[in-house]
Design a protein around this ligand. Structure first.
Ligand SMILES: *Cc1c(COP(=O)(O)O)cnc(C)c1O
Length: 357
């Protein structure tokens, strides 16, 4: 029996994808071995990674001006890879801080270059997105921001327009809706939210930004080196790439990103409506910046938190505890979370409020 899994990451995967992987697990397409057991340089696996890349390019409309890299180390490793690939020690970049992840990105980049925090919404407890007209931009090598803060549930509803390459940590938003890739210099994402299993990190980089890495950038982190080696400077996470490829094809089968966006907006609207209508629940984020994927909420009476979580778990509603840094609750409603799962959560929350509110 599969439960409704609202985990923020590693997150639920589509059942159809898991079933297909299960069916092919021991003998992948008559290769006589699992896809996990094939050489990453074999023609069979080259076919897998090429198919995955092609599907991702179709989904996001990624042009040939961009390289697509399948790497490891998580989004956190890209916090360091970004400065190593785009700036020298004595250069500067602008960072916008809207929550825990963009804060971490600043901390890592600060070891490697001069970071200018162009804007921060810390003074509103990360409940707002700072308006671009108030940003203090130095016009350094790039501008880094996090379009969807997974912990605070704060999402940009717009894309900054800046005269320098835009670098975006899209770990928890990539593939949730269509985007215009050409607005970005670099997009990166850990896979375990909306793409596939943990262990894979996607980097989409405009090719004119390659060739800028500083000389002491390690080869595994060097986008130029990885791009010229087809993401195979070293062994890539083969099984995770295979599964991500199945997720991409599953999304295409649903009708691509416009179709999943419609479903995602409906799911999020149901949950926010319930939270707003019910005095037991509250979400602190300003309405236009509420996340489509991560919905944090608190109970008016904190002493009910434990009961809420244990009753939810008994009803097969898993992983609703908020991030340890902020407390409260959080429901992550990524692509693989069905409308039926969100309906089940809303029914539980309504019933809980009637009994305890
Ligand atoms: C999960 C997450 C990260 C960290 O990802 P790792 O793969 O664990 O390094 C970074 N940024 C955002 C926005 C995330 O959601």
């Amino acid at each position: 029996m599969r439960a409704h899994n609202f985990c923020a990451g590693p997150a639920a995967l589509p059942i159809a994808v898991l079933e297909r992987a299960q069916a092919e697990l021991l003998d992948w397409q008559s290769a006589g071995a699992s896809v996990m057991e094939l050489s990453h340089r074999s023609p069979e696996f080259m076919g897998v990674i090429e198919r995955a890349e092609a599907a991702l390019r179709r989904l996001l409309g990624i042009s040939d001006d961009y390289a697509v890299l399948f790497l490891q180390g998580g989004a956190s490793q890209q916090f360091s890879a970004v400065p190593l690939n785009l700036a020298q020690h004595d250069q500067t970049a602008d960072y916008v801080v809207t929550g825990q992840w963009s804060k971490k990105a600043v901390a890592e980049a600060s070891r490697l270059m001069t970071v200018n925090v162009a804007a921060s919404s810390a003074d509103t407890q990360f409940s707002t997105v700072p308006a671009q007209q108030d940003w203090q931009i130095t016009g350094g090598e790039f501008l880094h921001y996090c379009p969807n803060e997974t912990i605070g549930g704060l999402e940009f509803s717009w894309v900054p327009e800046i005269g320098v390459p835009l670098v975006a940590d899209m770990s928890s938003t990539l593939l949730s809706r269509p985007i215009d890739v050409s607005q970005f210099g670099v997009i990166y994402a850990g896979a375990q939210k909306n793409i596939g299993p943990a262990g894979l990190t996607l980097v989409i980089v405009r090719r004119d930004l390659l060739g800028r890495a500083r000389s002491d950038c390690p080869s595994t982190l060097n986008w130029t080196e990885q791009a010229s080696n087809g993401s195979m400077y070293n062994t890539p996470p083969t099984f995770a790439i295979y599964l991500a490829g199945l997720v991409f094809e599953w999304l295409e089968g649903l009708g691509g990103l416009p179709a999943i966006e419609k479903i995602n907006r409906h799911k999020a609207a149901m949950l926010y409506q319930l939270i707003d209508d019910n005095p037991l629940y509250a979400n602190p984020v300003e309405v236009p910046s509420r996340s489509l994927m991560n919905v944090p909420f608190t109970l008016a009476d904190e002493s009910l938190d434990k009961t809420f979580l244990s009753e939810a778990q008994q009803q097969g509603l898993l992983n609703l505890k908020g991030h340890r840094s902020v407390g409260g609750m959080r429901a992550s409603i990524y692509n693989a979370i069905s409308e039926a799962s969100v309906v089940a959560l809303c029914e539980f929350m309504r019933d809980f409020a009637q009994r305890k509110g």
